[in-house]
Write a protein that binds this ligand. Structure first.
Ligand code: ZN
Length: 207
């Protein structure tokens, strides 16, 4: 049995010193409970922006544990105004230095035409131009702008992923030294790939 042999690589607390390991636990708990107001960043200083699709195990795919990253998920994993808001806050005030965007194959944002989605939205309300996009900002509505552009359906997931990365890299509210990368999660294989590097279409062709 392990406890009959004395292990030299594991330091046992000396007699009368148990309080030291208890104190470490108490301090760690306090850091965890008050990390935001203590200015402690996420363990990986990472923000993940991903589609809300239920088939994407975001943390597992990126090898993340609880506490490693902040995760923002929405329809399509799109860089919307609230993604910019959240990314600006965490990079400027919470020491987040990296952003990863995760889009995926068979995304619902590719499952219908712009026209069909716009027609569905318009049918649901009296006048789409009067519908506030943000309940706390009633003045914020589509107005003269394109409802389709607000919804942002997708034609090509690899191009869409690269576009999200570009939006974040170039946004003025996100510091220049923040690194931004994007990946496509393949629901059919359960693996991530870099956008534009789909293997399946190329392995059966002459190099
Ligand atoms: Zn999706």
């Amino acid at each position: 049995m392990a406890h009959h042999t004395h292990s030299h690589d594991h330091e046992e607390p000396e007699a009368g010193r148990v309080h030291e390991s208890v104190d470490d636990d108490v301090d760690a708990r306090d850091d965890w409970a008050r990390r935001r107001r203590k200015g402690i960043p996420t363990d990986k200083q990472l923000l993940v922006v991903a589609c809300m699709d239920e088939r994407i195990p975001v943390e597992e795919a990126l090898g993340l544990q609880l506490g490693d990253a902040q995760v923002f998920r929405n329809a399509g994993g799109k860089v919307t105004d609230d993604v910019i808001r959240s990314a600006a806050l965490t990079t400027q005030f919470f020491d987040t230095t990296e952003i990863i965007v995760v889009n995926h194959t068979d995304c619902g944002m590719m499952s219908a035409s712009d026209e069909d989605v716009v027609a569905g939205m318009e049918a649901a309300v009296d006048d789409i131009d009067d519908v506030p996009l943000d309940p706390s900002l009633p003045d914020l509505n589509v107005g003269d702008h394109s409802l389709a552009e607000w919804i942002r359906m997708t034609d090509d997931i690899d191009e869409a992923c690269e576009a999200q990365v570009e939006y974040l890299r170039e946004h003025e509210l996100i510091p220049d030294d923040v690194t931004v990368h994007g990946y496509v999660y393949e629901v059919e294989s359960g693996h991530l790939r870099r956008p534009g590097e789909r293997v399946a279409e190329r392995v059966n062709e002459r190099v």
